[in-house]
Design a protein around this ligand. Structure first.
Ligand code: SF4
Ligand code: SF4
Length: 331
């Protein structure tokens, strides 16, 4: 369906957990994390019900996200349940890749359409530092397992921090040179701990990559995903290089997404906490029609855009600014 600004809303990010087996410095504190309890988290049958009703409202693509979605037991079976919903054309996954190798066969058997793997650097020591203890080799094994799956679209997501070494961007881009994988650089967003970190402007990354690989061309082919990434191609590359720059190249006017948090809160926009508590309705005996009507209203009233660039002033004035960390929103 379309929202009040005429945007077609067809994509829902479903966060299945706020827990993660890593502790990236820009996402989670090292200790003292207060996780949502098991009782508060939506059960698979509840997630399936929300997705079925969402499909009736025009949602055709779902991304399973977290925290780290693969720490939730039985995730491949949820994937299979969602793939069976009439109207759901694609179910994809975003993961840090650490548990991907052991789950890949089951995910593929349940019909996974695409996977995004978050890897910020190919330097083992830096990876350990950024993720606070993560083992890069396991993430790369997950990547290899994904690349070995016939027909599975694979992307790598990198959040380039301001103090990153440009050689990190080159080594990540080399993966797209040699393998059939798109590498995307995602601009840091001022949500949760991300507010404490500066990102890198994409012009700097493009200059670095052009210096190494030659002039890039803007990719004008079919959009290879659900979202706002803009892609470049480099001479001789098997994959593409993408940029998602929500701050410096704001794309809210073409936003197509809503979010479901692990606790079952339907969120219309990343920056605002406006939406609806569907868990209360699911567990309070609401009918599908009642849920549909509330979800329809949330989608219709989706905010026009974020105002992160005005954050200090906005927070004082707007009590609906999202205060939660990214892992509890679904990234
Ligand atoms: S950024 Fe992703 S992998 Fe890192 S701590 Fe957050 S949820 Fe986990
Ligand atoms: S900030 Fe809100 S409107 Fe803008 S792209 Fe993100 S979810 Fe969409």
């Amino acid at each position: 369906m379309k929202d009040q600004y005429g945007r077609k809303i067809e994509y829902m990010r479903v966060s299945v957990t706020d827990r993660c087996n890593l502790r990236c410095i820009y996402c989670m504190p090292e200790t003292g994390i207060c996780c949502v309890s098991h009782e508060e988290i939506l059960r698979f049958d509840e997630i399936e019900r929300v997705c079925r009703i969402a499909a009736g409202l025009g949602i055709s693509r779902i991304k399973l996200t977290g925290g780290e979605p693969l720490v939730r037991r039985g995730l491949p079976s949820l994937l299979g349940m969602l793939k069976k919903i009439p109207g759901i054309e694609q179910v994809t996954l975003t993961t840090n890749g650490i548990l991907l190798k052991e789950h890949m066969a089951e995910l593929a058997a349940n019909g996974l359409d695409a996977v995004n793997i978050s890897i910020d650097t190919l330097d083992e020591e830096k990876y350990r530092r950024v993720t606070r203890g993560g083992d890069l080799r396991r993430a790369l094994e997950g990547l290899e397992a994904a690349l070995a799956c016939p027909g599975l679209r694979v992307k790598i997501n990198c959040v380039p921090l301001a103090d990153a070494d440009p050689s990190d961007w080159i080594s990540l881009a080399e993966l797209a040179e040699k393998r059939s994988v798109d590498v995307r650089f995602i601009e840091m967003m001022p949500v949760g701990l991300g507010r404490q970190f500066a990102g890198t402007e994409r012009g700097q990354i493009i200059d670095t990559l052009e210096g190494k690989f030659g002039a890039a061309r803007i990719y004008r082919g079919e959009r290879p995903g659900n979202g706002p990434a803009e892609y470049l191609t480099f001479p001789g590359f098997a994959g593409k290089i993408g940029f998602i720059s929500a701050m410096t190249h704001k794309f809210c006017s073409t936003c197509n997404r809503i979010r479901l948090t692990p606790e079952g809160y339907l969120k219309a926009c990343l920056q605002y906490d406006t939406g609806a508590d569907l868990r209360k309705m699911l567990r309070g005996g609401s009918t599908d029609e009642e849920l549909r009507s509330v979800m329809e209203k949330v989608i219709y009233e989706k905010p026009a855009c974020h105002h992160f660039e005005e954050q200090g002033r906005e927070e004082e004035e707007d009590s609906h600014i999202e205060k939660k960390e990214m892992a509890r929103i679904g990234g």
